[in-house]
Ligand binder design. Sequence first.
Ligand code: HEC
Length: 230
Amino acid sequence: MKKLHLLTSIISISLTISAMAQENIGDPAKGGYPEYVFINKVPKMEAEETARLIAQALAKGRLIIFSYMSKLTDPTLGDKGFTADFFAKQWLESMAQDIIDLTPQQQIIIDKVIAAGKQSIANNQERLNLKNVKWKNFLPATWARETGDILKTSTGIVTKQPTIRYRHLANAPDAMEKETLIKFTQPDYNDSPYGIFTQMAKQPVYRYFEPIRLMTPCLACHGKPKGELN
Ligand code: HEC
């Protein structure tokens, strides 16, 4: 598939950073902020690589689902056989090179990313296996959003696919995401990801952004008028 230079969205990852190397899971945070933010903290040194790993895992999962879209939207088929295990086998193969040399904390997080991605596919079996229905409201972006919801409750890591004219409310950009979307559409932008250590609710976080670009088959639904953020 040819990659067009049109930005549809960004993948936005926010990780909670451990203030001290020996900070443990479940250590209370100063100030009593929502507990979900503190489940899996990431050492500062590993933050960028961990965020990149999660972004890659989501991108690869989206691509696998995309390659099955014609089967998944075939109204003549009932059971599509697109089970969580069927999906995970290909997903893990596509990630094999990325996940050979993980730190213990990255391993915990990647295991939870995989569990979340599988859970999202499992949750959608009923609608995916509907016969006589073409459009089932299930797309790669839906999978990534639902996987992100599960991942957030199991790790505290927030993943989003924000865009300016978002289709789903969960993808409404916050101030930093909006700024990044604008930056990524500048003519001199060189396609490199952007990461920054900052704070969310007074908690130290690392925020990481990668562009999501459109490919020709995406244009059926995205990218009108051409070059616009949508
Ligand atoms: C059949 C129409 C269709 C096609 C083809 C399609 N999308 Fe989408 N896209 C949607 C819809 C509908 C949503 C909202 C899905 C949701 O959140 O449940 C969406 C959401 C998204 C989002 C999240 C941001 C937003 O707008 O809410 C991204 C990123 C995205 N699509 C990228 C792509 C890419 C990349 C491709 C091509 C590989 C693609 N889409 C192909 C319809 C489509």
